[in-house]
Design a protein around this ligand. Sequence first.
Ligand code: 4AZ
Length: 700
Amino acid sequence: MMGMLVFFVLCILIPGSKGIELTEMYGAIQSPNFPESYPKDSEVTWNISVPDGFKIKLYFMHFDLEPSYLCEYDYVKLEAEQESLATFCGREDTDTEQTPRERIIMSPKNRLSITFRSDFSNEERFTGFEAHYTAVDVDECKDRNDEELACDHYCHNYIGGYYCSCRFGYLLHSDNRTCRVECSDVFTERSGVITSSDFPNPYAKSSDCLYRIELEEGFVINLEFDDTFDIEDHPEVTCPYDYLKIKAGEREFGPLCGDRSPAKIETGNNSVQIIFHSDNSGENIGWRMSYTAVGTPCPNPVPPVNGKIEPVVAHYSFKDQVLITCDPGYNVLKDDIETEHHQIQCQRDGSWSSFIPICKIVDCQTPADLEKGFVTYGSSNNLTVYGSSIQYSCKEPIYQMYPKINSSYVCGEKGAWTNEEFGTELPSCMAVCGTPQFSRTRLQRIANGNFATRGVSPWIAMLSRNGLPFCGGSLIGDRWIVTAAHCLHQPLGEENPVLRSSHIVAASSFQIILGKYRTKRKDDTEQTFEAKNIILHPAYQSTTFEFDIALLELTKPANLNNYIIPVCLPDNSEASSLREGDMVVVSGWGKQFLRRLPDSLMEIEIPIVDHKTCESGYDRLNQKVTEDMLCAGEKEGGKDACQGDSGGPMVTLNRQTSRWFLAGIVSWGDGCGANDRYGVYSDVTRSMAWIRNITGVENI
Ligand code: 4AZ
């Protein structure tokens, strides 16, 4: 009721004008005088308009007009968009007259005109009509059948209108309807594929794509299209809607469209622009192209003699790289520098970045000297290049190779002399111990002994002060002397190690002479040294002569020869193997019975004496023969070491190895050569661990 009231208030009736304008969203119209009979000769027009996005729904509640053939007298006429929608008259439908009955009339757009007309006469009384209208929303998403306005991807209806949106990756064009793409891109790889958007699905509408291929100078770009090619075209006009254009420097290809794939395009340029335009309609698949870059060709490089180039291909072009390597034993020589390989590159002008270097045979150069040894070349002209061989040898028999290896070395491909077992390391030439180069004629005594043959005791060292011998010693290795501790110590009875060390003689106060024979005269074969180090056995007792053993390190190694050869140290099997009666040789320049020095080196051969026998001789004198001491001598006396022989060697021949080893060191005794007073010697086997630890000397 309220609505009706509003309608009647707002309805503006302007007689004689074009009609009554109705702009509300709903309302009702009636024939004049309704529900009384309508007057004759009357004409009323209602113009209903609702906002865009709405239609007008109209239905008649009552209809009662004069019937006439084709409604030529009285009628209600509906018009919209300059077109007649329907004309109604009468009370019920006949062949020529139509009534609206229960029909719902829908305007095509948002306007509807209704005209009521009555002629000059009415044969009966007619009550006219009453109709209602409402604005109804148009679902543009469903109802829209004109392509022009339909959404490209998604359509969203709302009351009074609609809007469009796009799939992911697309943007709504400013026409608010089509979906375009951001499709411009730059390609810098030497080959690639470019397609229209969403290929092989239809490409986006309303889009302008610019694809650029930008390569270095020295390349030219070729384009090849797939067989599938479909761009909207026109039978008469060249590519008016969508098109593909290719620009390469001054050259231009296209516009291209249609469904035939263009032939391969050789752009002749290193920079290409591909322009693709699409308009706001059409569903075409698009295109796909592969591009490749072809570089300026370079001549095929010739591999060097004794070398190769990689990779080997039929043709080389700009940017291609070639690695030059040489065969094993050869090096690449470039600008006076030898390297393992060299790389060259094809340049944009079609030349290689450098010439092909040569392969130079590897040279191991002159082999390193082997101390106490020498090299012999495998070839007469002393070749040192790859594949040449040399042989290292030691100056035998004084020196021997250690470790014992096949000492052949070959110049390897890396330029190093190489041994199959030892690699590039060199063996050492070590002094051979206990093998004198001269044999003795006869052995006699030192005290009451006989002169030794020159060179039979080549390990003996003379400790000399003021030109006179005061002690002996034995060479082990090439720079250590084993002697008696008491030779180097002035005993004052202190057991305090600090005081004790202060009583060791000064190294500069005596000389060590090797290769010595004559007592007071010079020998051609002698070599004089000073001690760099004086080390007394830590258990040495100056009062009891226990562990009367010391080591002297020479300032420099001795030059070994037939007169200077080290003695062997007792090995584990020889340790404590000496038994009573075993013969030992003792040598020295010590005093003789007449208390004078001999002219030259003396030696005696005497038997080892049992410890108990030896001890009993010294019991009464209260001198202890301890476990670290050895005794030797003959019961009746005679052959003995004496003053000045101390520190000198007691040696014995190992008959299995035919080598002499140091069994004892002349240490002490009661006088010289008296019966039952055996010579007492430090037992070297008892101090072996200490000697080895300090000197590192091994028997070779
Ligand atoms: C000494 O005074 C000395 N009879 C060495 C050995 C002997 C005696 C004395 C053994 O150097």
